[in-house]
Write a new protein. Sequence first.
Length: 361
Amino acid sequence: MLKVEPKQGILDIALYEAGSAPKAEERTVIKLSSNENPYGPSTKSIDAITRHAAEVHLYPSTNHLDLRQAIATRFGLNDKNIICGVGSDEIISFLCYAFAGPGDEVIHTEHGFAMYKISALAAGAKPVKVRENNRYTDVDAILEACNNRTRLIFIANPNNPTSTMIDAHKVQRLADNIPETCILVLDGAYAEYVPNFDGGASLIHERENVFMTRTFSKMYGLGGLRIGWGYGSKHVIDILNRIRGPFNLSTLALAAANSALTDVDYVDKSRNENTRLREWLSNSLSNLGIESDKSYANFILARFKGSEEASACYKFLSNEGVLVRQVANYNLPNCLRITIGDEVACKRVYESIRSFLESVG
Ligand SMILES: *Cc1c(COP(=O)(O)O)cnc(C)c1O
């Protein structure tokens, strides 16, 4: 019998539910459950992994200078204000460990990304859920929820799983009005899908207490390698670096991410195809009576008549070999989140939903 108790809050953590994945023998299954890039990684990333394979007996870089410089160049930022992590999940967790502990509060929105709550609890802090306005982040509701115990406020823009986005004026109003004793974290996991959007970086140039997280898992097609980054004031970056493991990113991850940034054509093609197919799928489903909010990301949140219809459709699609995401754990039991795949995948999920609706009459 284990006689050691975990810290307070740990047993309140509900395990993260990943999108269902096909079994090895189900090769024709289409996976639209984790917002992955349907075109795979850039060939430049694959080449970089191959080139560096023979070096993996050597420890990787500890300060990630090459990757930070490549990110800085690509996005017009300063490399000294960047920290790299094992996915942006690790950056989220650094923020919670560094800034929030017992007695502190961490704000996330009603249908915000699950890792905010998980990381807050793991750090011993109290997650505080703030209502949205019909699936849109509500700046006033967040400001009302702030108090002198608030340490971190997480918003994803665009948000997962809602796919909605709030405009730059609203984000700026939030940044201008939060207490000085807390940090606003802008999660830009889907920023690359929004044309001409900087993820909120410009707000950070003027403010020490605004921070941005980004990832190579979505647009850059490198979810399996686990690479993310954070951008913020030098002060915050220095604090986070104190709790970062010295070798948190592998040689292959660093090389693949670095090369991915040079493949502008791949990003442009992925974004353009995503926009085209997303509009097609959401319009086609709307014609069948399945509505979704205007999406700014690489997925849509399809709304069904009720939770029973959504579950039945999920099962029907799974039997047809089309895996989408149930979001009842996000308190959206009447919805299914559908990643925008390639053209074949979009046509197939549409046809399957149409068959399902015909089957239930
Ligand atoms: C997918 C996602 C992440 C990222 O994850 P990684 O750890 O970088 O793979 C972060 N935030 C949101 C909102 C996401 O949807």
